[in-house]
Design a binder for this molecule. Sequence first.
Ligand code: SF4
Length: 262
Amino acid sequence: MRRTTSIEPHRAGSRQPIPSKPAQGNRGRLRRLSRPAVTMLFGRLASLDPEPRTELHFRNAFELLVAVVLSAQSTDVGVNKVTPRLFARAPTPAALLELGEVQAARLIGSLGLFRSKARHLIGLSRLLVDRHQGKVPDSREALESLPGVGRKTANVVLNVAFGQPTIAVDTHIFRVANRTGLAPGRTVLDVERGLNEVVPPAFRQHAHHWLILHGRYVCKARKPDCGRCVLNDLCLWPEKNGGGPEARRHSSPGQVDRAQNA
Ligand code: SF4
């Protein structure tokens, strides 16, 4: 099973400040990439990394669910440090239930919010055992009814464990979607809806991984690495820096102009 990236706890629809200024037109309206430019954007991300690999460690849907719940406000590295011992002691919902909240909290004690996370893990294990025969359900409604599981966590599980083309908007995707003009929006839910409208079907399955990784390693919050960004010529963010050789290698000005004006 593929692995996924860090997940942070943004509930759908929650208010979240737009990082820096989004791409805006003269009248303050959020600028949007044209459809051909969106296709070019994903084509480039896909050509760089056709099968995006991510960083949480897990072996099955249950471990994925646990890892994603633990990753709220924690790094993947931090989560990966605690999950081997946790999964060794509690490889199933029934085993985690038996382990109990106190022991679970001890095993994940290096993570922020570890007490509430332990409580959520026990609560979701109980529901998995009682309502789902110990299995992770593949419906959004059932997933979101589990303690500690919001829309974003459900989107990740649906995408990674069950192959559904969902897009989980975390802080990185929120930033990239706003800066580039891919799917500008003032809330996480706005951005998720915008992405669902504009991401071409061929790119839907991996879209959230590509955008997370781009935001984490290139379009970083404080110092975006615009000089080596392959999206530089497409990006509508007014504060972007000029593209360096790596960006120019992917740039074909005439083609980009035509795409952006389409
Ligand atoms: S050009 Fe800069 S701001 Fe635009 S996507 Fe690339 S790194 Fe982000």
